[in-house]
Design a protein around this ligand. Structure first.
Ligand code: DHE
Length: 559
């Protein structure tokens, strides 16, 4: 058996693929420790260390980094954590902070929290590399293009299908938005982070937190995975080529570890090119872990916007000739995370979250248009575009670190006095928000607060009437959607997360995510006009639903 294939089989047989990062097989030995070890310090048994390492990957690494150098979350290297000490660390982990750190006392036991407090006072270990050879060995073409259906073999209205992440079961549910029935569930990587839709609208591309990338073909009777590959040990982002003439030709996948992005064949996922993102930050200092955060595909040119978290560099990658790849590197601000297009799709707005800024890149000119100062830790998802009654075209974000929604002017041509400024800040019902949402056909602006330690706030959403935002004191409505889901009492907090519109823009779907996979979760469908609950989708197969991606809106970047 080929060594690479054996690795992949080993990965599949582990409960979590990332276990490899903490218990590397002999042929992929871990790189030397990245941070200086104190002479002596807290220790754990091998078993507790492995368990804490797994939990660290599942729950902490995204914000704090594999090497614990900090990004959205604080630096957790021993020099800092030892100063705080076990008891303070345990309190922070148990109850969260107002600064955006969620509480974990509802999903981790006291022992797990105590072990984690010890673990993060021990030196960080760098996981192994994952290069082109590994990617190629992991690649499985389940169905070659020539053997796939030549026309749609089902009667589902594909434009209104929602790809729903079932976080803790490592699956994606494809839900028919017209009937609200589960059309199919496919086995994917662990905790799929996002789904993106190919330019043709036929394929759904899904990337697991563990770096497993699956391509789902929706032309079969039931959604079917036609290709799989592993992009690294940890990943969050993916997109496809959307420019005319390149539809479905390429895919691009960004990794957190190793820090790199890969260009793949868009219909087979065959790895074609790999580019490291290690390098210097906007301050000119070397960083060993500049992770790939959001990626978006231009509709106006053969280009991806690839945001490098730790360096604060935005890469504009021209994919028209991948052998002679051209990258424009735009300096912005550190800790780039999530973002979306403005309504014209010329400007991309991305949260430089721990810098409390939103960076705006002008993709027509290939330049930074602005760095906008905002409230603490902006977290927009893809943001929300609408016409403000006073300020014209605007884009909005909510915040992990503040209980406000920031509204930024986006029209330098006709409303230059408002462009790239926070023109208004309105109150959200709580901090620890992740996503805002609206739709061109809607008059509502929605915001969640799922990571709030207060269950009432975590289970509610704020909604503003956009027309009311022109008034001096606009009044929102706060809806308790967790209560509307009627799941009964659960140990895990019922966190209402991620609004997503249907194709028509007259319904908005929210997940009620009980962070505990043994407890029930649901999806609540709200009628956008009346703001009343229309359906509650409950099914034992809906395990910890989080992100939902409507095919039509995702394919066309409507938000
Ligand atoms: Fe996300 C988007 C990273 C935690 C659900 N998340 C993104 C993007 C990044 C990212 C880089 C943008 C992708 C793009 O557009 O190309 N997310 C991270 C983290 O590093 C972080 C903070 C910690 C972690 O460990 O992963 C994190 N994210 C979460 C969650 O806890 C959520 C709620 C559930 C989960 O999967 O663990 C979550 N993130 C989402 C969703 C999106 C997302 C649903 C897509 C939003 C959209 O509308 O496009």
């Amino acid at each position: 058996m080929q060594k690479g294939i054996r690795n992949v089989l080993m990965l599949a047989s582990l409960p979590l693929a990332i276990n490899l990062a903490f218990a590397a097989p002999a042929e992929k030995a871990a790189a030397p420790a990245a941070s200086a070890a104190p002479a002596a310090g807290p220790t754990l048994s091998a078993e507790d260390k492995a368990a804490a390492g797994k939990t660290y990957f599942e729950r902490c690494a995204g914000c704090h980094g594999m090497l614990r150098k900090g990004a959205t979350g604080k630096n957790l290297e021993p020099a800092n954590t030892a100063k705080l000490g076990s008891s303070r660390l345990e309190k922070i982990m148990s109850y969260g902070t107002e600064g955006g750190m969620p509480n974990f006392d509802d999903i981790l036991s006291k022992k797990e929290i105590a072990n984690m407090a010890t673990y993060i006072q021990m030196p960080a270990e760098a996981p192994p590399e994952w290069g082109m050879k590994d990617m190629k060995a992991s690649w499985k073409l389940h169905v070659p293009v020539a053997q796939r259906p030549t026309k749609q073999m089902n009667n589902v209205n594909l434009k209104n299908v929602f790809a729903v992440t079932l976080r803790d079961s490592g699956e994606v549910a494809l839900i028919d938005g017209d009937t609200k029935q589960i059309w199919g569930i496919v086995k994917t990587g662990y905790a799929v982070h996002i789904s993106r839709v190919s330019a043709s609208g036929r394929y759904v591309h899904v990337i697991g937190r563990d770096g497993r990338y699956d391509l789902i073909d929706m032309w079969y009777e039931k959604p079917t995975i036609v290709a799989t590959m592993k992009a690294g040990y940890e990943a969050r982002s993916v997109d496809t080529s959307k420019y005319k003439g390149f539809e479905d030709k390429y895919a691009v996948v960004g990794s957190y570890w190793p820090p790199q992005y890969a260009i793949l064949d868009g219909e087979t996922l065959e790895p074609l090119k790999l580019i490291s993102t290690r390098g210097v930050t906007v301050d000119g200092e070397y960083h060993p872990e500049p992770r790939v955060a959001s990626i978006v595909s231009s509709h106006d040119k053969p280009e991806w916007v690839i945001n490098i978290k730790e360096t604060g560099m935005i890469k504009l990658v021209d994919y028209s000739d991948i052998n002679n790849l051209k990258e424009v590197t735009v300096n912005s601000a550190k800790f780039l995370h999530d973002g979306g297009w403005d309504a014209s799709k010329r400007y991309f707005l991305v949260a430089a979250n721990a810098s409390n800024k939103v960076a705006v890149v002008d993709t027509k000119e290939g330049k930074l248009a602005a760095l906008v100062d905002t409230a603490k830790i902006p977290h927009p998802g893809r943001g929300a575009n609408f016409n403000h009654p006073k300020y014209g075209p605007v884009w909005a974000t909510s915040h992990l670190g503040a209980d406000v929604i920031s509204i930024i002017g986006t029209d330098p041509a006709k409303n230059p006095q408002h462009a790239w400024k926070v023109v208004q800040e309105v109150k959200n019902h709580g901090a620890n928000s992740l996503f805002v949402k609206t739709h061109p056909k809607s008059k509502n602006l929605w915001a969640d607060a799922p990571l709030n330690p207060d269950p009432k706030l975590a289970g509610s959403v704020t909604v503003y009437n956009i027309d009311d935002l022109g008034n001096p004191d606009p009044k929102p409505q706060v809806l308790d959607l967790a209560a509307a889901a009627n799941l009964g009492k659960t140990k895990g907090i019922q966190r209402v997360v991620h609004g997503e519109y249907n194709e028509k823009g007259d319904e908005v779907w929210f997940s009620v995510w009980t962070g505990n996979k043994t407890e029930p979760s649901a999806i609540v469908v709200v009628d956008d006009k009346t703001r009343t609950v229309k359906n509650v989708i409950k099914d034992p197969r809906l395990v910890t639903p989080t992100g939902k991606f409507n095919v039509y809106n995702t394919q066309r970047d409507i938000y």
